[in-house]
Write a protein that binds this ligand. Structure first.
Ligand code: TMP
Length: 270
């Protein structure tokens, strides 16, 4: 499987199973509850890929078993569909085709990775999920939200994130960061060229104009304000450390967990 430059920090579902179930040897007496489902959202350059590994590490230090994954992607099929979705050669793809491919990748991801992990008590940290569809296909492309909601129901049933962290930055700030990231030298030997274009080329979404991303951001904020119990809007315009503190504080307040230091296990504190 090939990976883009932005994947350097992510270890996302490379084997299509994600490696969950680790660290449970000799723990048969411990009854794990269902894992928590955390989603990171935001416009391009909001800092998701920087924050996700920090959260993964902090939760791991507290004895919480996690799986980090992403959308579109997270499975071999999903990563192949991602390559199609991001490929600038398909500029002008029909919005309905784009919507259905997003949900096709999501169906596979849920069945093969997300649901088994949650059932095993693993916390799933997901870089984007269905809010991105409402924001990009709904806000960006103008697809009717009711059509997206119908697919959400069909594909996900009752599965919804426990917490969606919307990393919020002004669109201009995010796009400037994303532009700088593309120009950074790659430090992975397997850093790929999945589109067949230069590795620092903007993908099909990154080529959209500022107004597209303003609509995307507006949908994220509207959805977050409408369901404050499920969402947290994090001001991500500050430096990485400040944003990381905001993210970690929000998670521990909203999804408290306790460490069982002697057993190396955890229990959701709710
Ligand atoms: P990424 O840049 O965060 O890896 O995400 C890839 C792109 O896919 C990003 O521009 C947002 C877009 N996207 C959608 O348009 N709809 C979706 O449902 C998802 C998950 C991502």
């Amino acid at each position: 499987m090939e990976w883009s430059a932005r994947d350097r920090a992510a270890k996302v579902g490379r084997d299509g199973r994600g490696g969950f179930g680790e660290g449970t040897g000799g723990m048969k007496h411990v009854r794990f509850g269902r894992g928590r489902f955390l989603v990171f959202e935001g416009v391009e350059g909001a800092g998701k890929s920087t924050q996700l590994p920090l959260v993964e590490r902090r939760l791991g230090d507290a004895g919480v078993r996690t799986l980090t994954t992403r959308e579109p992607g997270g499975t071999p099929l999903g990563e192949s569909l991602r390559a199609v979705l991001l490929d600038p050669r398909f500029t002008g793809m029909s919005p309905t085709a784009e919507l259905l491919v997003m949900f096709a990748a999501r169906a596979e991801h849920l069945a093969k990775v997300i649901e088994p992990a949650l059932a095993a008590g693993t916390w799933v940290l997901c870089d984007r999920f269905t809010d991105a569809t409402f924001a990009y296909q709904g806000g960006g492309r103008g697809v009717d939200a009711a059509r997206i909601a119908a697919l959400e129901e069909t594909v996900q049933g009752r599965v919804r994130p426990d917490l969606v962290l919307v990393l919020d930055v002004p669109v201009e700030v995010g796009l400037a960061r994303a532009g700088r990231r593309r120009q950074m030298p790659m430090d992975l030997p397997d850093a790929p060229t999945w589109t067949g274009s230069a590795p620092d080329a903007a993908d099909r979404f990154e080529r959209e104009d500022v107004d597209f991303f303003r609509r995307v951001r507006e949908v994220y904020l509207e959805r977050a304000r409408a369901r404050p119990e499920r969402y947290a809007i994090i001001d991500a315009s500050a430096d990485e450390e400040t944003t990381a503190e905001r993210v970690l504080t929000t998670i521990s307040e909203r999804l408290p967990y306790r460490r069982h230091s002697t057993r190396q296990s955890y229990e959701a504190g709710i």
